[in-house]
Design a protein around this ligand. Structure first.
Ligand code: SAM
Length: 286
């Protein structure tokens, strides 16, 4: 099998297939040989598992996943990569490539059709331009998955893995925490990619669980509050929620008081429990 982290091998493949990197598709391929095995190991690629990969590139991570898991199904948008993948992954009979846009795939159906009888995990070196939309799509689809293990840019990792109630947290932090536990597994320097991006990256892992989902009484209102409160994060909850989410001020004051929160509190000061209890009380008031 070809060493797909070798720059010479990549250049030779590029030349032979007339391939050039698309910046628009976030094509920064991994060339650090230690990274893909680690994503596969920590991302649950193993016996009894089917892995959904997003964005194959030349198949570097795909191959490491296929060595360990029972099956790998990868969704790749760029059809120019298909002939390359036929060559680079020819040694595996447990890999299927679907040429599609991940944002347009019915993921529930895909998992049902591809991974019958297997546990499922998602692994990817995500194209940076759709990091948050892909993660939210995976979470909102409430898929039967053990974990989502993905490479994202460092800045996104900081936001996604922040603790709700701290300055780094945002609407996406709270949304991810609503669906599961999230942590950074390890950092990856920009030199680990070809071409090298301008920033470093990190591999994060989300393990879905229902703890907070079970506590929230009105999901729609919870997300309305989160979106509204963080849209003007420097403002107090009262001001941001009344202006951005159109919630009456007296209802907000009343829910804050019942939740034991100060009138002047800002969204970034609220941990998950406080946000949930505030929203549940607001739900009763409205
Ligand atoms: N997994 C490879 C690696 O680590 O070397 C490539 C990772 S590269 C950062 C992102 C990959 O996602 C590219 O192959 C790109 O073509 C693909 N991609 C970009 N947008 C996509 C989309 N909407 N749906 C599926 N794949 C996409």
């Amino acid at each position: 099998m070809k060493n797909l982290t070798n720059i010479g091998v990549i250049k030779e493949l590029m030349e032979r297939y007339g391939f050039s990197f698309s910046k628009g598709l976030g094509q920064n391929f991994l060339i650090n040989p230690s990274v893909c095995p680690r994503i596969a190991e920590e991302g649950f690629a193993g016996s009894g598992y089917g892995i959904l990969e997003i964005g194959t590139g030349f198949g570097t991570l795909t191959a490491e996943l296929a060595k360990r898991a029972d099956k790998v199904t990868a969704v790749e948008i760029d059809k120019r990569l298909l002939p390359v993948l036929s060559e680079t992954l020819s040694g595996f009979d447990n890999v299927k490539i679907i040429n599609d846009d991940i944002m347009k795939v019915d993921l529930g159906e895909l998992i049902k059709n591809e991974f019958d009888g297997l546990k499922v995990a998602v692994c990817a070196n995500l194209p940076y331009y759709i990091t948050s939309p892909v993660i939210m799509l995976l979470l909102e689809s409430e898929l039967p998955i053990t974990a989502i293990t993905v490479m994202v840019q460092k800045e996104a990792a900081v936001r996604l893995t922040a603790k709700p109630g701290t300055r780094e947290s945002g609407a996406v932090t709270v949304a991810v925490n609503y669906y599961g536990e999230v942590e950074t597994l390890f950092n990856v320097s920009r030199g680990s990619f070809m071409p090298a991006p301008k920033v470093d990256s990190a591999v994060i892992q989300i393990r879905p669980d229902r703890k907070y989902r079970n506590m929230v009484r009105n999901k729609e209102l919870f997300f309305k509050v989160v979106k509204g409160a963080f849209s003007q994060r420097r403002k107090t909850m009262v001001n941001s929620l009344s202006s951005a989410a159109g919630i009456p001020k007296d209802a907000i004051f009343s829910a804050l008081e019942k939740a034991g929160l100060p009138e002047t509190v800002r969204a970034e000061k609220l941990d998950m429990e406080s946000l949930i209890s505030f929203t549940n009380l607001l739900d009763c008031t409205l």
